[in-house]
Write a protein that binds this ligand. Structure first.
Ligand code: MYR
Length: 131
């Protein structure tokens, strides 16, 4: 159901979230308008994701329930895993530099892909439309 090409359409509280992550204002301004596109291909428990933005192009492979390493666009390294809870993807990742936890979910809501983020008490959302 998550399969497809998704383009970010709007953000909610993303600037505050990035600020909490420690990202400086210049990078935050750029990141608000990063034109993020994710192509999701799910086969059973396995996901292949092609991420592209004004920052970079990146391919990510993971299996539900299996830990993997991931670097955010600003270089911050995290390690964690995605799991499926009903129709919702739930991710829990730990920053390697300070051991703080970032949680994220992906859910389909009214034909849109809603990705939520929480870090250190701050919530944000990015909402994607199918391309
Ligand atoms: C993926 O499924 O797309 C790859 C794994 C995602 C790991 C965690 C995502 C957190 C992204 C936070 C970005 C915010 C930058 C301040």
């Amino acid at each position: 159901a998550f399969n497809g090409t998704w383009k970010v359409e709007r953000n909610e509280n993303y600037d505050k979230f990035m600020e909490q992550m420690g990202i400086n204002v210049m990078k935050r301004k750029l990141a608000e308008h990063d034109n993020l596109k994710v192509i999701i291909e799910q086969t059973g428990d396995k996901f292949h994701i092609k991420e592209s933005s004004t920052f970079r192009n990146k391919d990510i492979d993971f299996t539900l329930g299996v830990q993997f390493d991931y670097a955010l666009a600003d270089g911050t390294e995290v390690s964690g895993a995605w799991e499926m809870d009903g129709d919702v993807l739930k991710g829990k990742f730990t920053r390697k530099d300070n051991s703080k936890v970032l949680t994220t979910t992906r859910a389909l809501v009214g034909g849109e892909l809603v990705q939520s983020y929480n870090y250190d008490g701050v919530d944000a959302k990015r909402i994607f439309k199918k391309a």
